[in-house]
Design a protein around this ligand. Sequence first.
Ligand SMILES: Cc1ccc([C@@H]2N[C@@H](C)[C@@H](O)[C@H]2O)cc1
Length: 450
Amino acid sequence: KILLAHGAHREGKRTDAVMEKWRGYGLGQFIHWGLYAIPGGEWNGKQYNGAAEWIRSWNGIPNATYDSLIYKFNPTAFDATAWAKSAKQMGARYVTFTTKHHDGFCMWPSKYSKYTVAASPYKKDIVKAVVDAYDKEGIDVILYFSVMDWSHPDWRYEIKTKEDSVAFERFKKFTRNQLIELLTNYPKAKGLWFDGTWDKSWVKQAAFADDLETEMRKLRPGLIIGSRFRADENGKRHFDSNGVLMGDYEQGWERKIPNKIEEVHGNDWDCVMTVPENQWGYNKAWNGHIKSANELLEMTAKCVSLGGNFVLNFGPQGDGAIRQEELNLATKIGDWMKLNQEAIYNCGYAGYEKQDWGYFTKKTGSDQVYMVVFNVPVSGALRLKMPAKTKISKAYMLADREEKILPEEINSNEYFLKLKKKDHQEPFVIVLETGKNAENKESIYEKAKT
Ligand SMILES: Cc1ccc([C@@H]2N[C@@H](C)[C@@H](O)[C@H]2O)cc1
């Protein structure tokens, strides 16, 4: 092990109650909302073909023109309670909200910047409205914060000159001030979700960022910070020079999901996902593949089956209303979650091998195992491979506990589960009550001699 002053300060999962709760969330909501929602991915009739929340970086709109959008920001349809209720019915148990994206516009009246909601026609504190509304619905709030701030005169991508260094020292103070301000103004926030931390300028600040993380954790005990916040003194990010995860959970699963348990290295993690291929802020034209509710439910089950959470992104419009397509997805997901949330909440990796019909999840702290089924074979019977010495004492449909399923043992530790209904249009859950084989009865199936 290399001796590190600014590497990971803890190895292995956090065991405190706040993190235990985070681990069991299962499903979350991301919200990207800011000035970029006003152009919605186009300007002067031309489409920006990047991610809509990056439009300020496009040469199709001058920076000053973009920044003057502050005078147009007056979201009359913004209703944080409506957002929170929609998230509640969807079954989200936490929300990550953009306080400041790369453009630098602050959705709270920061004392350290003029470029905030306070200077817009809207005037009011949007972060406070969101924190209070979601908290009232019992949904925990995580605050997204971009270190990279394109509008700040002291932001640098890298430190090349003495002037850069003097400017960036001011930028570091500004960043610390805003973070302490956020933690002080919104004490109900459970965590910070950092972004915009990959540039050389910030990667070089191992000591500063380490001290800042320590200061924030002291100010807000239990605070949850992911692996994207800071680099170690060798510039290593997410995992320090000894390969140990930085922060409390792995924050690299952005628009991608692990396929096997080995990829998560025994850490906590969540996956943040867009509905289109790559749009976080509101984009008028939703081009390309738009994920369906069933696809998003499969991603949710896949994440939970590998011990993580799935966080689905919404990009409200410039007027503050959530677009109908996203509301429809929230409703469909919520309808399914109402029936099947037991297989998602406070569940994790079951330790069984992946099977064709879908995903195993296991209730944390119990032997209860769930089969979240997406693929029913043409035979109508699910082939189930269990680990040796694990017997199935009961199997039934979660949505209709009276519908018992009799496993037919077809080989050692292999069963057919015959389904009453074959044409399922939606994923469904089978509950398996398992136990260790009391007797180690030899299976009636003889292995072939080859
Ligand atoms: C290359 C790249 C940089 C930043 C991002 C930001 N991270 C996501 C969570 C969004 O905020 C996106 O703008 C995406 C891709």
